[in-house]
Design a protein around this ligand. Structure first.
Ligand code: CTP
Length: 154
């Protein structure tokens, strides 16, 4: 029984997350995902759109994910590896080299990220769509107001 462990925020789930979790799940028989808690994200200056509970439920529903645990701090990895008998720690190559110190306990792999997609990018496009929509709505409302005023004057 080979156990794989990874961590992440997984806010606004996208294809990059799914591909990463699928590849990690293919590396072993059991995939455990540490989902960053809102409190932990606060310490990193990160605010997710979905709460920890929502993100945990979403990740838990993904095929190949066997267990979700909370990620509360940077320092829990060694304890988790021992506690869950982890064989492979895997994460995106944006973290390359950062977790080599875990090699004393298990295999460490860095997998290639899916290009051109991230939660940060999605949040940016969502906010620009919002302002565009608001502008369109405002223009529409202004036209309606013009019609109402014209009717009132007659
Ligand atoms: N990931 C990936 N490909 C992407 C985005 C993320 O393989 N395009 C991987 C990360 O390398 C990590 C996991 O998915 O192993 C969780 O990443 P997370 O930080 O939650 O996702 P991001 O979209 O990178 O979020 P942010 O923009 O907030 O950093």
């Amino acid at each position: 029984m080979k156990t794989v462990l990874t961590y992440g925020t997984f806010d606004l789930l996208h294809l990059g997350h799914i591909k990463m979790l699928n590849r990690l799940s293919d590396l072993g028989d059991r995939l455990i995902v540490g989902v960053s808690t809102d409190e932990f994200n606060n310490t990193k200056g990160k605010k997710s759109l979905y709460s920890f509970e929502e993100r945990a439920q979403i990740v838990e529903a993904i095929k190949g994910v066997h267990k979700v645990i909370p990620e509360n701090s940077w320092d829990q990895k060694l304890d988790d590896i021992k506690k869950f008998n982890v064989d492979i720690f895997g994460i995106g190559d944006d973290w390359r080299g950062k977790f080599d110190f875990l090699e004393t306990q298990c295999e460490v792999v860095y997998l290639e990220r899916t290009p051109d997609i991230s939660t940060t990018k999605l949040k940016k496009s969502l906010s620009s769509i919002n302002s565009e929509h608001i502008q369109k709505l405002k223009t529409g409302l202004d036209s309606v107001l013009d019609v109402v005023r014209a009717i009132e004057q007659n």
